[in-house]
Unconditional design. Structure first.
Lengths: 67, 252
């Protein structure tokens, strides 16, 4: 494995971790929040809800793969 | 004030658990192969980590605060959710609890079986294992110190909390000369996961333009909500896991 690839894999593992769904869910949650606030719609509830949903989905994936 | 307390607490706890894991590695190598080379490895790794904080910390201050909070919030969310996810899986029995005693024995056996190679006047195995252990565990701490410190403009406080935690763990490690098995690592990781995720939600939201109801106090509401969700998930998963176990295992 080249050093560049190893470097990329290290940072991917370090930041994204075991489940890419978490990072994708966070990106979607933040994007939706920004979109709503840009249109002057109260969006404080979006991120907490998104985090709870991401947690449920990610845990479901982890427990299914461990069975 | 509230943010300062949370900043210190989160950084102290996160640094403490990572320091406990690094201590286990250094102790295992030092006990078997001698102390000089692993201690040099620890020192070099500490210098690298301090340099990362010294360079990246001030550099982040150049980014506009809203952009910084959005980026820091996103990173803390991804990072915090990883900690929280693992903590919930451990608490519900789907993942084994981290055992410092077992990790120490495993590391010790590896150190005993490794060959001796001298480089730069050091036992190279001891140096590299201690260096890598401290650097990798320390990177998580550095990440938390930099993101928390930069988002609040209080890098020295975050760094002081991390240094204090490392000194406490190293001091206890020197006294007992054994892995710190009684530290409730999994509980601390659960708490740190909750704190990182809560601050990620708060700062990420602010960066995306949210005006939080209650201002700064909203952080407590977010923390309470995520704690409740996590406890409910632990209970549901634990019940689900027990339901799938064979009857003999449940009764044992």
């Amino acid at each position: 494995m080249s050093h560049v690839r190893a470097f990329g894999v290290f940072w991917w593992d370090f930041i994204v971790g075991d489940d890419w769904v978490v990072a994708a869910g966070v990106a979607v949650g933040l994007g939706l929040t920004a979109l709503l606030t840009h249109r002057d719609i109260a969006a404080w509830w979006v991120l907490p809800s998104a985090v709870a949903l991401v947690l449920v989905i990610s845990l479901r994936r982890a427990t299914r793969s461990s069975k | 004030m509230t943010h300062g307390v949370f900043l210190f607490l989160t950084t102290f706890l996160a640094s403490g658990v990572e320091a406990v894991e690094a201590l286990t590695i250094v102790l295992a190598v030092g006990v078997v192969r001698g102390w000089r080379s692993p201690l040099i490895g620890v020192g070099v790794a500490a210098l690298v980590l301090a340099a990362v904080v010294a360079v990246l910390g001030p550099a982040l201050r150049l980014i506009p605060i809203d952009t910084l909070r959005l980026v820091v919030g996103a990173l803390l969310l991804v990072f915090g959710l990883q900690w929280l996810r693992k903590a919930i899986l451990r608490s519900s029995g789907y993942k084994e609890l981290h055992d410092e005693g077992a990790a120490f024995q495993e590391e010790r056996a590896l150190a005993a079986s490794a060959s001796t190679e001298e480089r730069a006047g050091m036992d190279w195995y001891s140096f590299t294992v201690a260096f890598k252990g401290v650097l990798l565990e320390g990177l998580e701490v550095v990440f938390i110190v930099i993101t928390f410190g930069a988002a609040q403009g209080r890098l020295p406080l975050a760094a002081a909390a991390a240094v204090a935690a490392v000194l406490v763990v190293a001091g206890i490690g020197l006294l007992v000369r054994a892995p710190l098995e009684r530290v409730p690592e999994n509980t601390i990781k659960f708490a740190v996961g909750l704190l990182l995720t809560s601050f990620g939600v708060f700062w990420g939201g602010e960066g995306a333009g949210v005006s939080w109801p209650g201002g700064d106090l909203a952080i407590l509401g977010i923390l309470a909500f995520l704690a409740l969700v996590s406890v409910v998930l632990v209970r549901l998963l634990r019940r689900e896991r027990i339901a799938t176990l064979p009857a003999a295992e449940v009764g044992a």
